[in-house]
Design a protein around this ligand. Structure first.
Ligand SMILES: Nc1ncnc2c1ncn2[C@@H]1O[C@H](COP(=O)(O)OP(=O)(O)O)[C@@H](O)[C@H]1O
Ligand SMILES: [Mg+2]
Length: 1017
């Protein structure tokens, strides 16, 4: 916006210099105070007040007069004032051809008047179609459709405006030709896309550049549009494919279309209908009402629902059921483009009914005949009705009445005609999109609604939920509120649309969730999905829906801002939260939320302050979110994060990832790191490993974006350990080792010794303890034992009991893996003694269970069962479930040893199922190997089954690069083959696995493998 122009417009142009000298641009206006105005030299109080009022009006805020001044609370402000917005838009560039040459041939003044005449025509066309002329550029024009308010058919309006400009220019040329003047010719280019528009009038984004380039390529006198525009208007215009010429400065090729003329089509896209799903009940109801109407008790049914829910489709399906029953089906449709044209639905119908191309007298005769057939006096009715159905009347027959009176008589005549027609043959009258009807059409509908009860007339009117019919409900009226399709129906629809493409169950669920069961959205999202694939398609808003969603938001008025704030908070949100973030008064906020619910944008449960809300579909939430400037999004995320942190402690504790999400998007990296870390640790503690990995990774990714500080280093070490643990648990042993190593590399004992884990252990020693079993699995037994020993030694020296217990525990595990049961036993004795001393229940239970493992391994099966079952039970009672896997496989082995194959089987199946469910995959190979051994120990040994399990164990171990598990699986398989006499095969399997090892030859597995290989030789 130009401040000087604005001031002059207010009659305050004398201050232009003051504003300019003080560098006050349009974006600063909303921040000016009375004092500021005084400071910059607006001396008269009256002028200051006038300026403030004008600023308030321009900023869309209320004048400050009624703001509570003395209230103890700060007056609720609009929390964030946007000086620019992001929105989907259609941009038009229009330019004269060869204007320099033309100008040089004319006198300057003549040229000016010629060019101005054309520009006035062009601007007029743009304005009439709801566009916004942003700039005149010499003899060119740049116009926006979708700003400042989006409407669902912005692209269509833009194309119509372009055609209108070309038409106007042709007429102008015809007029000028008579006066011997020059011909003008223009090129017009259009593109659609998301842009940022500043209040001052600058537009940022690709669409303006592309539209300008496209304009340059258009042939003189033509309209050229991009595929982005064409896909939104297909079916409405006759278009010629012009291929995809290279556009300067535009990297990807863009297909262009020349728009020839309007096609007369009403609906966009000549697509085939998706087979109908659901709606059986609604159709039944319509059928029953129709039967009643046919028998003379006229009916009116209002079909209500949000855009795309299937209102028109229901009418169409109903029509299809009418079959050969004698009836007249009439369709009147309101058009969004013609809301102020009286009775336009009837005129449009009239043109179709009586044929717009027929000569006028033929059409009039047809009308008169029709009227006579239903028993009306044609000479009385035809002059009244003809103008309504767009049939010109000879001058002498026109009804000579005052306009008011004429309109009243016309409506009465129309009503009588419809009712008379129905009496001669039942009429089904579909009135589409009542919410766009002009006031006169509504009057007509009201008359029919009230008087239609006595005639065989069935009116089906479709409308959006925010429309209130002006008539009151009567006994012959009914309402059908169309609800979204349920999941099963959505899945069927997607199945039909995707045809031969098999979409995964998750994707289908995703579409269902995202679209909230609105059929139009299901169609568009699925189409995009098929077009772009699952990566690009599921999350994006289909371009065909962008403008209509933006229009829906714009229709909300002030409630739009609440929708945007809520969109930042999330798909679901509570009243207290949105109130705290929006910082609005209850009354205003509740009005806005009610408006959102009425417009079918959110669902409500409960009543404020206990109300919970949820966006009906993610698409509208995304659209609201997308229309926020990045800076404002950030500010809102920040506010949401802070509010959650300060005022919603319980939510913060239960859903730390929510805060992490908001702080990440707020660009508050440190807070984001902290909360991702908390979320990750919490997930691990709850055995949600996959989530934990993801969350910890995000924390580390965020850390990587910041310069290193000592505090961050400490945080990083802790996070690396937790992340490595999580990776190792999920079976990513290589990744686990890498991050243990990384943590150790940045760990400096001198500096980090005081660092403790969340459970109060020394981080450095913990690190060694947990790296030990990971390293063993990867095939380095000696290195593993050395880690374990160092951890125990350090903990002992530091005299840190909590850490020592941990170190002893993990050391005993590594010792068992390596087959040194005596050492493991001693460590467990020490652990259990320390634990009972301290009342450390968890360690007592864990120690007992691991003792059970040793018993199982050393032939004391019944003691093993006792120790393991009791250990497992007490561990479960402490809520711990990680690593239970290992206890289960030893327990299964002990059962098998005892000759209880069923128990063994149950136990190992349990372990396999647990791996699947918890994604704790680190021991998956061994679990399968043990399952194979158990199959061999059954009463009737099943070698085939055993072989399958061993195969699986080998495959998993290889995939995880878990050499030690691979060696064990290879030995099990080799023994099986040896017993079957397949010595060579056994050797060929085992030798390379064994040969891979470079150390640990004195540990049990390697010694056994060596002996077995010797036996096979
Ligand atoms: N029950 C349904 N089964 C299959 N497709 C449907 C169903 N309802 C609507 N559709 C499709 O969804 C799109 C939007 O429906 P439409 O009737 O135009 O919505 P509305 O008139 O409420 O805006 C159309 O393409 C329509 O064919
Ligand atoms: Mg419709």
């Amino acid at each position: 916006m130009d401040v000087g122009g604005w001031l002059r417009g207010l009659g305050l142009g004398q201050y232009e210099g003051n504003f300019r000298d003080n560098k006050i641009d349009a974006d600063l206006l909303p921040r000016l105070t009375v004092d500021d105005l005084k400071d910059i030299g607006v001396s008269a109080l009256g002028d200051r007040l006038r300026l403030l009022d004008a600023i308030a009006a321009f900023a869309g805020a209320k004048p400050p007069a009624d703001a509570p001044v003395s209230s103890s609370r700060p007056a609720p402000s609009k929390p964030f004032q946007a000086s620019a917005e992001r929105r989907p838009i259609t941009v038009m560039f229009c330019d004269l051809v060869g204007s320099t040459a033309l100008a040089s041939r004319l006198d300057a003044e003549d040229w000016r008047s010629l060019a101005n005449a054309y520009l006035d025509e062009a601007s007029g066309a743009v304005n009439r179609l709801g566009g916004h002329v942003l700039k005149r550029l010499g003899d060119g024009l740049m116009a926006l459709f979708g700003y400042p308010h989006a409407q669902e058919n912005d692209a269509e309006r833009a194309v119509r405006a372009a055609l209108a400009i070309q038409r106007a220019l042709a007429e102008l040329n015809a007029r000028n030709a008579a006066k011997g003047r020059l011909e003008l010719s223009a090129r017009i280019g259009l593109d659609s896309g998301p842009v940022v528009v500043e209040a001052a009038g600058e537009v940022f984004g690709d669409a303006p550049n592309i539209a300008a380039r496209v304009q340059g390529l258009a042939e003189p006198g033509s309209v050229l549009v991009t595929a982005n525009v064409q896909r939104q208007t297909a079916g409405l215009f006759v278009a010629e494919d012009k291929g995809a010429p290279e556009l300067k400065g535009v990297p990807a090729p863009v297909t262009l279309y020349r728009i020839v003329r309007a096609s007369g089509g009403r609906r966009t896209g000549a697509r085939t209908l998706t087979p109908l799903v659901g709606r059986g009940e609604e159709l039944d109801l319509l059928r029953r009402r129709w039967e009643r109407a046919r028998n003379g008790a006229g009916q009116l049914t209002l079909i209500v629902g949000e855009p795309g829910i299937g209102k028109s489709r229901l009418v169409e399906e109903f029509r299809a059921t009418l079959g050969e029953t004698p009836h007249t089906f009439t369709e009147w449709s309101s058009s969004q483009l013609l809301q102020n044209t009286p009775l336009h639905p009837i005129a449009e119908w009239g043109r179709q009914r009586f044929g717009a191309d027929e000569p006028a007298d033929r059409r009039l005769a047809d009308l008169e005949n029709t009227l006579r057939l239903v028993g009306l006096d044609a000479s009385e009715y035809a002059p009244l009705i003809a103008p309504l159905v767009d049939i010109p009347l000879p001058e002498e027959r026109a009804a000579k009445l005052a306009p008011e009176e004429l309109r009243r008589r016309q409506l009465a005549a129309m009503t009588t005609w419809v009712l008379a027609g129905a009496r001669s043959q039942p009429i089904a009258l579909a009135f589409e999109d009542l919410h766009w009807a002009d006031p006169t059409s509504l009057d007509l509908m009201q008359a029919l609604a009230e008087r239609g009860g006595q005639a065989p007339l069935f009116i089906l009117a479709t409308t959006r939920p925010d429309f209130r019919p002006p008539w009151s409900l009567r006994s012959h009226h009914s309402v059908i509120s169309l609800s979204p399709l349920d999941r099963a129906d959505v899945a069927r629809m997607i199945g039909e649309l995707a045809a031969q493409h098999a979409l995964s169950k998750e994707v289908v669920e995703g579409v269902s969730e995202r679209t909230g069961g609105v059929p139009l959205f299901v169609e568009e999202v699925t189409r995009l999905l098929l077009e772009r694939g699952e990566q690009g398609g599921v999350q994006a808003i289909p371009p065909t829906l962008q403008q209509s969603l933006a229009a829906r938001l714009d229709r909300l008025g002030p409630a739009r801002e609440v929708a945007q704030i809520a969109a930042v908070i999330g798909r679901g949100f509570s009243y207290p939260l949105v109130r705290a973030v929006a910082n609005m008064e209850d009354e205003a906020l509740q009005t806005a939320l009610e408006r959102l619910a009425e417009a079918d944008i959110i669902l409500v449960h409960g009543v404020p302050p206990d109300a919970e809300y949820r966006f009906k579909h993610a698409l509208i939430q995304d659209a609201a979110y997308d229309n926020l400037l990045k800076s404002r999004r950030q500010a809102l995320h920040r506010r949401t994060g802070e509010v959650l942190c300060d005022q919603f402690g319980a939510t913060a504790a239960a859903e730390p990832e929510l805060l992490a999400h908001h702080f990440t998007h707020a660009g508050m990296t440190e807070a984001a790191i902290e909360w991702w870390g908390t979320a990750g640790q919490r997930s691990l503690a709850r055995s949600a490993l996959v989530e934990g990995v993801e969350q910890l990774k995000r924390a580390l990714d965020q850390i990587a974006t910041l310069p290193v500080t000592p505090a961050l280093r400490r945080e990083e070490i802790k996070l690396e350990v937790a992340f490595a643990n999580a990776l190792a648990l999920t079976g990513d042993l290589v990744g686990g080792k890498e991050h243990y190593d990384r943590a150790l590399a940045i760990y400096d004992p001198a500096e980090h010794r005081p660092l403790k884990t969340r459970s109060g252990r020394d981080v450095g020693m913990t690190l060694l303890s947990v790296r030990s079993p990971c390293v063993w699995q990867l095939g380095y037994p000696t290195a593993s034992l050395s880690d374990a020993e160092r951890a125990v030694k350090n903990a002992r020296e530091a005299g840190h009991v909590t850490t020592l217990m941990y170190a002893l525990y993990w050391s005993s595990i590594s010792c068992i893996f390596c087959g040194d049961y005596a050492a493991a036993h001693a460590q467990l004795d020490e652990l259990i003694a320390l634990a009972s001393d301290r009342g450390a229940q968890y360690w007592q239970a864990a120690g007992t269970a691991v003792r059970g493992q040793i018993l199982a391994l050393t032939g004391k099966a019944s003691d093993a069962v006792r120790a393991l079952t009791s250990g497992i039970t007490s561990l479960r009672s402490t809520g711990a479930s990680l690593y239970e896997l290992r206890h289960l496989w030893y327990l299964a082995m002990a059962y098998a040893e005892l000759g209880q194959p069923d128990d063994a089987r149950r136990c190992i199946d349990d372990a396999i199922e647990k791996v699947e469910r918890s994604k704790e995959k680190w021991g998956e190979a061994e679990v399968n190997r043990v399952a194979g051994e158990i199959a061999l120990k059954a009463l009737a040994p099943d070698t085939e089954k055993a072989e399958k399990y061993f195969d699986r164990a080998l495959a998993i171990a290889r995939q995880q690069q878990a050499r030690s598990w691979e060696l064990r699986a290879a030995m099990s398989m080799a023994r099986l083959w040896r017993d079957q006499g397949k010595l060579q095969q056994a050797r060929e399997l085992l030798a390379p696995v064994y040969g891979w090892f470079t150390e640990g030859f004195d540990t049990l597995d390697l010694k056994e493998a060596k002996a077995l290989l010797a036996e096979l030789a």
